[in-house]
Ligand binder design. Structure first.
Ligand code: FEO
Length: 170
């Protein structure tokens, strides 16, 4: 059983995950337009991951007998710049999401909501991976700099990324 406050906070997180999906979908379109098919693929996989995060919370609220309430999704900024700038923006966004997840964990502890504490552990771990992926790509993009060949090679590497649904969502 979820408290009203916890339900509202989880519904807020669904919206943040949906916005994340929307943001990465837009970044993917930007990369496609710029001729960077591998980067576009990476962001489209990221879009799928974010949709699965939103659905994980959606299912959890339903399972706990809470009411899912969907909010309007904000428009992404649309002007994304270079691949390095895109990944720096991605990292900044993920740090914001990590903070939001940690606030949910704080609330679950405050409320002695043991089920939600356990549920959120998956997201805490996932955020470590999300930030690590972004940091790795930022480091590679800094190494490559403005070298067209390097960007081309990285684009080919990112082409290979595939979406694996989280356990329980296959
Ligand atoms: Fe669902 Fe990228 O945080």
């Amino acid at each position: 059983m979820l408290s009203e406050k916890m339900t509202e906070a989880l519904n807020g997180q669904i919206n943040k995950e949906m916005y994340s999906a929307y943001l990465y979908m837009d970044m993917s379109a930007h990369c496609t337009y710029e001729g960077l098919g591998g980067f576009a693929n990476w962001f489209m996989v990221q879009y799928q991951e974010e949709m699965s995060h939103a659905m994980k919370i959606y299912d959890y609220i339903n399972e706990q007998g809470g009411k899912v309430v969907l909010h309007a999704i904000e428009k992404p900024p649309g002007n994304f710049g270079t691949p390095l700038e895109m990944f720096e923006a991605t990292l900044k966004h993920e740090q914001f999401i990590t903070k939001s997840i940690h606030e949910l964990v704080d609330l679950a502890y405050e409320e002695k909501d043991y089920a939600t504490q356990i549920f959120l552990q998956w997201f805490v771990t996932e955020q470590i991976e999300e930030e690590a992926n972004d940091n790795e790509l930022i480091a590679k993009l800094k190494l490559v700099g403005n070298d067209g060949n390097g960007i081309f090679m990285l684009d080919r590497e990112l082409e290979t990324r595939t979406f694996t649904p989280p356990a329980g969502e296959e």
